[in-house]
Design a binder for this molecule. Sequence first.
Ligand code: TXA
Ligand code: MG
Length: 333
Amino acid sequence: MAANRPSILPPGPESIETAARLLREGKLVAFPTETVYGLGGDATNDRAVAAIFETKERPSFNPLIVHFPDELSIWPHVKMDKETREKVKELSRAFWPGPLTMVLNRAADTPLSLLVSAGLDTVAVRVPFHPVAHDLLRAANRPLAAPSANRSGSISPTQASHVADSLQDRIEAVLDGGACSIGLESTVVSFHAAPKGRPVLLRPGGITQNQIEAIIGPIDVVDPETSPKTLRAPGMLQRHYAPETRVRLNAKKAAPQEILLGFGPNALDEAPEGSLNLSETGDLREAAANLFAMLRQLDALGRKSIVVMPIPDEGLGLAINDRLRRAAAPESP
Ligand code: TXA
Ligand code: MG
């Protein structure tokens, strides 16, 4: 268990080994990158990713950036046409390792948690430049999901002590890599619409639009002030996964043509065959870890509706309910 304050591990091979072991065990470790400190967890472990959202107290599931030690390691996790692949390779040659994040379509068989994508068909990938981040990614031997290592709504941390102050007893350890040299989050470019649509700059950062366009030609920019409303709306921007099947919330029973997404002990006792339980023990972290995979599974059954039992509106339950409300909302025109 974490102590009252996380241990701050000084740079060095021993600390890297300790941090890598904790991460392989599914625990969370904050680590330095050249932009800001990241709150890292094993991106292939649903529970670890759920713990990241819990620790940040994010009231919704925003997709997370997944970090890799080098360009080569991203390819098993993503898919794209040839033309897009060329662009991605050119950008990676120019800016990786470094403060550029690319949003790409997920490969069908990637072991990455659906929760890092917040249920979307895309995943954000980045190869950081910071040597401590690089060594940790190598030693952990798995991709690491890492949002900025602060509580939701507070300022991004650029020193190990900021992380320790903000997250206190909520994480196991912070790897100390000194002050972040850039101090501003990475630039995010999305290829989700490629090859038909242009790449889209989703978040400005240290690498500018001009620098990117010099390499791959014109890109679109999502500007919160001037972009058409449709592009600005977070639902559109992040293309939130919504089931085809109607979703009915806060109900305890499903009719025979329906299917139940339960929560808690004995939830499925009288449920239609094929129903699923987010967490038999009523554990919100387990429920969050199962949410997107189970929604997809139930959606694939093609029933009249997916009936979801009430989830407590506290802790991770806030983010789960936010997601469920969006899944249940009628499609906007
Ligand atoms: O510099 C950084 O990028 C830092 C360090 C730790 O790498 N990380 C960071 O993560 O800033 P976070 O979670 O605070 O911001 C991730 C951004 C969000 O704006 C999120 O919406 C976007 O990336 N993002 C992640 N995955 C996405 C996806 N699949 N589609 C669209 N946007 C995505
Ligand atoms: Mg952030």
